[in-house]
Design a protein around this ligand. Structure first.
Ligand SMILES: Nc1ncnc2c1ncn2[C@@H]1O[C@H](COP(=O)(O)OP(=O)(O)OP(=O)(O)O)[C@@H](O)[C@H]1O
Length: 233
């Protein structure tokens, strides 16, 4: 198990954070919870449909604001941030990986990855260099000029992972990253996540799949909006 320095600023620090939809009727999607993820950890969150996984992901990903408690991302208190600052913090600190890849269909793999850097103050040439480097890292150096429709599901997810990583985020936030893949392709994507984790990346994977959940160093179960059991490996 990785040795995480406890005095470091955590990447994720939720304190009594929860979300209730006002309704009517009001729905408690996430009960007030505490969750601390240190730099370099690989954490999985597992739970059945309707348990609150998307709610938790949306809070951690700065896509939703908790109605209770506090959320610090890399030590930055996210309460009270305006839309511009929230978007900037999200863009710099979080790389998202989704089940359905979310690639632009008419752009090449290289362009899809480079687009993630479009708001960074670097030249076009530098964006392309970094995008190519990210694609090499996920094993796709031979497919940089391919458009998504000519890539396999596993290759599309590799492009999406390269896009998520290219801006060197603090956190790779994955929502059912293998949900659209067959078993052996899923295994290769999980292997890639392990390689990135081995290189120091902090990873949080949200899934309903126990096999995927077992990949984490720590697995947290979410049920009826409550974070419960924690398994450490
Ligand atoms: N906009 C909303 N308004 C009211 N209730 C909502 C809203 N969004 C989600 N919920 C409710 O909050 C609870 C948690 O939903 P959430 O989408 O977080 O679950 P989930 O674990 O991601 O489910 P799934 O795996 O099916 O996507 C559910 O009871 C859901 O019906």
């Amino acid at each position: 198990m990785t040795n995480h320095e406890p005095t470091e600023t955590p990447v994720i620090e939720l304190r009594g954070a929860g979300l209730t939809y006002v309704g009517p009727p009001p729905v408690v999607a996430l009960r007030p919870c505490d969750l601390v993820v240190q730099r370099g950890e690989f954490v999985t969150v597992v739970g059945p449909s309707g348990a609150g996984k998307s709610t938790l992901l949306n809070i951690i990903g700065l896509l939703d604001i908790p109605t209770h408690g506090t959320y610090l991302l890399d030590g930055h208190d996210t309460a009270g941030l305006g839309d511009t600052d929230r978007t900037a913090l999200r863009g710099h600190r979080i790389g998202f990986v989704f089940q359905s890849f979310h690639l632009l269909p008419h752009r090449t793999a290289l362009e899809n990855v480079a687009l993630a850097l479009v708001y960074r103050s670097i030249s076009h040439k530098e964006r392309m260099r970094k995008a190519r480097e990210a694609l090499v890292r996920v094993g796709l150096e031979h497919r940089v000029d391919a458009v998504p429709s000519t890539l396999s599901g596993g290759e599309r997810q590799r492009v999406a992972i390269a896009r998520a990583m290219v801006g060197r985020p603090s956190l790779l936030l994955c929502d059912e990253p293998t949900g659209n893949l067959d078993t052996s392709t899923a295994a290769s994507i999980l292997e890639l996540l392990h390689v990135l984790h081995g290189a120091g990346m902090t990873i949080l994977v949200i899934t309903h799949d126990l096999t995927v959940a077992q990949q984490g160093e720590r697995t947290i179960t979410i049920r009826d909006g409550r974070l419960t059991e924690e398994v450490r490996r």
